[in-house]
Design a protein around this ligand. Structure first.
Ligand code: SF4
Length: 328
């Protein structure tokens, strides 16, 4: 008997794999990632095997499929820009597809009843099952004994009595299980999702509000949202300012010939990137904003390059002016 499992790398999803594996089922763990959640790096995947004996079968990047959900998620957003119900539906549809490809018989998740306000309530779990056409084939081993029996339980592929009845946000039982499996390092809860972060959500909302109607953000847009301070200078133009050396390097690597890249000339200071339509019109303002984050009172000279190249000397914008443009 074979099953696929969705694993975030957090404690619950790893335990769900173990609870089913120890009943003799071959489990194929799938790690779904997007620009906002999950980790693709080989070190992360290696650690899951080394520390917890969970060998990731496939890492699946669903960013492209996920982006349309940001414009109009059929089941709405959570507290921030997190369309959790639709996100779970997307991940599970993909899991179902892989289940069929692999000749597996059911899907496992690490969901715990009542742990998250929006997506882990009983009616929502049922809705997700229906919409993914996984009726009866979605096993949640950590809460299974509190939920109606699934096909794997009814058919005896897994013994329901050996599954768990965990609900709510407490982690006592999960920690007991981790101890039973001899896990010395407890995996951190699911690695986080940028869409639940209020500051990131505000930047994302600003981006979506300023895209032409129906246009999706690009993958580059998503990468840029994750670095620096963001300033909305006009409906069509935004400035991103690096906060430290590493961010300056990322900003430089994300610049295209349509943008204007600003760098300090002959001194160490922040890199800025003007993105959008006709960024040249905002050049002076952008340089003055950038100067605000340089040491000293100026004036400062910045080199710029993009469609045009040159240099510009400016004085820093007063602090109260800076706040007017900052996306917070
Ligand atoms: S928190 Fe993020 S990754 Fe998790 S279900 Fe919600 S949108 Fe998806």
């Amino acid at each position: 008997m074979k099953a696929v499992a969705l694993i975030s790398g957090g404690l619950d999803s790893l335990l769900a794999v173990k609870l089913v594996e120890e009943q003799g089922v071959e489990v194929l763990p799938l790690h779904m990632v997007t620009s906002f959640t999950g980790r693709k790096d080989p070190a992360f995947v290696r650690d899951l095997e080394r520390l917890y004996g969970v060998k990731v079968h496939r890492v699946v990047d669903l960013t492209r499929e996920f982006l349309p959900l940001l414009l109009d998620p059929p089941h709405g957003f959570g507290k921030n820009m997190n369309p959790c119900i639709d996100c779970k539906i997307l991940f599970l549809r993909k899991a179902r597809e892989i289940m069929e490809e692999e000749g597996a018989s059911f899907v496992i998740t690490g969901e715990v009843l009542g742990q998250r306000p929006m997506s882990q309530r009983s009616p929502i779990l049922r809705l997700i099952e229906r919409e993914t056409e996984l009726d009866g084939l979605l096993l949640r081993p950590l809460s299974a004994r509190l939920l109606p029996p699934t096909i794997p339980e009814k058919e005896g592929w897994v013994d329901r009595e050996r599954l768990e009845a965990i609900q709510g946000r407490g982690r006592k039982r999960q920690l007991e299980l981790a101890k039973k499996y001899g896990w010395e390092k407890i995996p951190s809860p699911a690695g986080g999702c940028l869409l639940t972060d209020p500051a990131f959500s505000r930047r994302l909302k600003d981006l979506l509000d300023h895209l032409p109607s129906g246009e999706l953000p690009s993958l580059r847009d998503m990468d840029l949202l994750q670095v620096g301070r963001h300033f909305r200078l006009s409906p069509g133009v935004k400035l991103v300012v690096g906060r430290k050396e590493g961010e300056n390097a990322v900003i430089q690597s994300l610049a295209t010939s349509r943008d204007l890249l600003l760098m300090p000339r002959g001194f160490s200071g922040p890199t800025g990137l003007l993105v959008g339509d006709e960024p040249q019109g905002e050049l002076r303002m952008a340089a003055s904003l950038l100067a605000r984050y340089c040491k000293g009172s100026g004036p400062f000279t910045f080199l710029y390059r993009g469609r045009n190249a040159g240099e510009i000397e400016v004085s820093p914008l007063p602090p109260e002016e800076v706040d007017k443009w900052l996306i917070i």
